[in-house]
Design a protein around this ligand. Structure first.
Ligand code: SF4
Length: 346
């Protein structure tokens, strides 16, 4: 009978220690294997040279080590790198390395496809196929860290969960991956350098606050007017702005962490004074800042970047109301690696 072997990296250190005790071995053997898997990045049991051959064979017959494989790497003229990452079951997600001055940021995926339906986003057309496991999220970061060292001579400095998928729809696995990324046995990164970007799932934002997470929160807002937001992000009909606002106030009260609003201004959609006034009001509910992101059209459709006059109006009105605003230039456009463009096209 063909017994499906378990992915050994799904086990915690305690579970690994218990496994060895059940096998009549010493618990510390679990620590050794854990170190091979996470600190040393072993891809096979054969690599675990301080274990006896019998132990390696026993592991081989019980487990597999699932690893991602960077199938294709594309480099942009601006230094941005996009990885097409093959998962153990053949599905593909994308992750991006963005170098800026003295920082390199990894933009990682949390789901294969996405269950949400933001109309301006290429990923939404893929539909959600499955959630990524914690190790699949972690491996994307490790792969980008290696590329950062190789091509930019510095380790990865920041991570944003802004790739494919809605991270709060895969909350437990994202949390486990972040635990690993921030633990001394993983990459020992500070959680303050990690941003989880959500389209705004109120219940989950409250849960994050209750869980006292230490990473930062960004919300893809794009409009502070329900009617407009629902027309571009249809799930807003289920999670309207009033619920989002309440969850964000709760988040700030619990964490004292300022919120970042990601915001694209589109021509003829949200480029009027009325739109800015609604955004200013929304920003006043909890301490926040606004990132105005340059848009990359995914086709010739209705979503086109607003004229610079509209962007200037946003900046001056927000600043006049003491709201910090940054205009973010798009990176990696030539390789379809920019915001909203990830769709396994390569
Ligand atoms: S913008 Fe984010 S949440 Fe919306 S469809 Fe795209 S990947 Fe999903």
């Amino acid at each position: 009978m063909d017994i499906k072997k378990k992915d050994i990296r799904a086990l915690t250190k305690v579970q690994l220690r218990d496994f060895f005790v059940e096998e009549g071995d010493k618990a510390f053997r679990g620590n050794q294997v854990y170190e091979w898997l996470w600190s040393k990045g072993a891809h096979t049991f054969e690599d675990m040279t301080n274990l006896s051959i019998a132990t390696r064979d026993m592991l081989e017959s019980n487990f597999v080590i699932n690893h991602i494989k960077v199938d294709q790497m594309q480099k942009s003229s601006d230094g941005t790198i996009k990885n097409a990452v093959r998962l153990h079951d053949g599905l593909i997600v994308e992750s991006v390395l963005i170098p800026v001055k003295n920082r390199t940021t990894a933009c990682v995926s949390s789901q294969v496809g996405c269950s949400l339906d933001c109309r301006f986003c290429a990923t939404s057309r893929l539909k959600r196929m499955r959630n990524l496991n914690p190790d699949e999220i972690y491996d994307q970061v490790v792969a980008i860290d290696k590329e950062s060292r190789l091509y930019h001579n510095r380790p990865l400095s920041n991570i944003v969960f802004m790739g494919m998928g809605e991270p709060l729809m895969n909350y437990n696995n994202v949390l486990k991956a972040i635990d690993k990324i921030t633990s001394p046995e993983g990459l020992a990164m500070s959680p303050k350098r990690i941003v989880v970007s959500t389209s705004g799932v109120p219940k989950m934002i409250k849960k994050m606050a209750d869980d006292e997470v230490k990473f930062k929160l960004a919300v893809s807002l794009h409009s502070a007017i329900d009617e407009i937001r629902t027309s571009i992000m249809p799930f807003n009909a289920t999670f309207p702005l009033a619920d989002l606002r309440e969850a964000l106030v709760y988040w700030y009260e619990k964490t004292k962490n300022r919120i970042t609003y990601e915001y694209v201004v589109w021509d003829g959609i949200n480029d009027t004074k009325n739109d800015v006034e609604a955004l200013i009001k929304f920003c006043q509910f909890a301490p926040s800042k606004v990132n105005l992101i340059e848009y990359n059209p995914i086709d010739d459709g209705e979503f086109q970047q607003a004229k610079s006059k509209a962007i200037d109006m946003y900046v001056s009105m927000l600043e006049a109301n003491n709201i910090t605003v940054t205009v973010r230039r798009s990176r990696g456009k030539d390789i379809d690696a920019a915001c909203g463009q990830l769709a396994n096209k390569a």
